[in-house]
Design a protein. Structure first.
Length: 317
């Protein structure tokens, strides 16, 4: 088959992909520069950069003092009470910080746990196949079901399993999703995505040269030295793939937030994706929501560039 014929046969698929990607992107860009409020059809028209200004900044002449503990999502004591004068909208700062905290925390948890578990099960023991299937199975649960399970069976302040164990040791029951909403969302997402990391790492470990391990043991290397000098470099590309794919999905986490906390209390667990949902489907302001969508695309690209250039390249080397 000639190259020209093969390229001709690829054209329909390429055209469908381009339409599938470019049309929604173009419409989002178009509406982000327009006044498009469903409850105010008489006010529709060209808005310019006003939607972006409203999404990011406070109104002109309304300066305010930003309390630094908005970003203090993990309640670090030395961050509480710091203040900084800034023109940014406090809601925008909160959702951006929550989004980055969610993505970063889930990536760290899933990669660390995925590495540890995949290395442990990458050896012969009775029932290894069953254990591997059980470890991977949470990944196939729908996000909405995952959120319902954790909200009602784990984090419930009265009947939740965590509080049952917590009170058994003499502690008072805790309303986990009210006191630690973002940490609860991170736990839900990490629990579902750790099996994905385990699957990728186990697959990569199958191609590892076992003779190098035997030679290292004969030279007196211990388990930690073998892992750091042989196993971890071998898993470098797999780690980069896991981080990049998970980053794309974690920037769009929505069902867990909607079902468990609805972004609250206040905006304590709201992310950029959930804020776009609120602007569009609760506030009916599609122009403002489209501007948030464009900002989400920019944020995703910035995080991707960081992971590929600084994290992925270093791990691959």
């Amino acid at each position: 088959m000639s190259k020209s014929l093969s390229r001709l046969l690829q054209l329909p698929s390429i055209a469908v992909l381009l339409v599938w990607m470019l049309v929604p992107l173009s419409m989002t860009l178009f509406f982000s520069f327009r006044k498009y409020h469903l409850l105010k059809p008489h006010q529709q028209g060209w808005a310019g950069w006003r939607n972006y200004e409203r999404f990011i900044f406070v109104r002109r002449g309304e300066g305010w003092t930003w309390e630094f503990d908005i970003l203090n999502v993990f309640n670090v004591p030395w961050l509480t009470g710091l203040r900084l004068v800034t023109p940014f909208d406090p809601g925008f700062i909160t959702v951006i910080s929550n989004t980055l905290a969610l993505v970063g925390s889930v990536l760290i948890i899933t990669v660390v746990l995925g590495l540890a578990i995949s290395v442990l099960v990458n050896r012969e023991f009775p029932g290894r196949g069953l254990v591997r299937v059980m470890l991977i199975s949470p990944f196939f649960i729908m996000p909405a079901v995952n959120a319902i399970i954790w909200k009602n069976m784990m984090f419930d302040p009265i009947y939740g399993l965590i509080n049952v164990v917590w009170t058994f040791f003499g502690f008072e029951a805790v309303a986990w999703l009210e006191l630690y909403p973002l940490q609860g969302i991170i736990t839900m997402v990490a629990w579902q995505w750790t099996p994905f990391a385990i699957l990728i790492f186990m697959t990569s470990l199958q191609s590892e040269d076992r003779e190098q391990h035997e030679a290292a043991r004969l030279e007196g290397a211990n388990f930690l030295q073998i892992f750091m000098l042989l196993t971890l470099p071998h898993l470098g590309r797999a780690i980069a793939v896991v981080m990049l794919i998970q980053m794309i999905f974690h920037l769009g986490v929505f069902a867990e937030i909607l079902i468990s906390t609805k972004g609250g209390p206040g905006s304590a667990s709201s992310t950029l994706t959930y804020e776009i949902y609120k602007k569009a489907l609760e506030g009916f302001n599609y122009g403002l929501a489209a501007a948030g969508g464009v900002l989400a695309i920019i944020l995703a690209n910035l995080v991707s560039i960081f992971l590929v250039r600084f994290v992925g390249d270093n791990l691959a080397d």
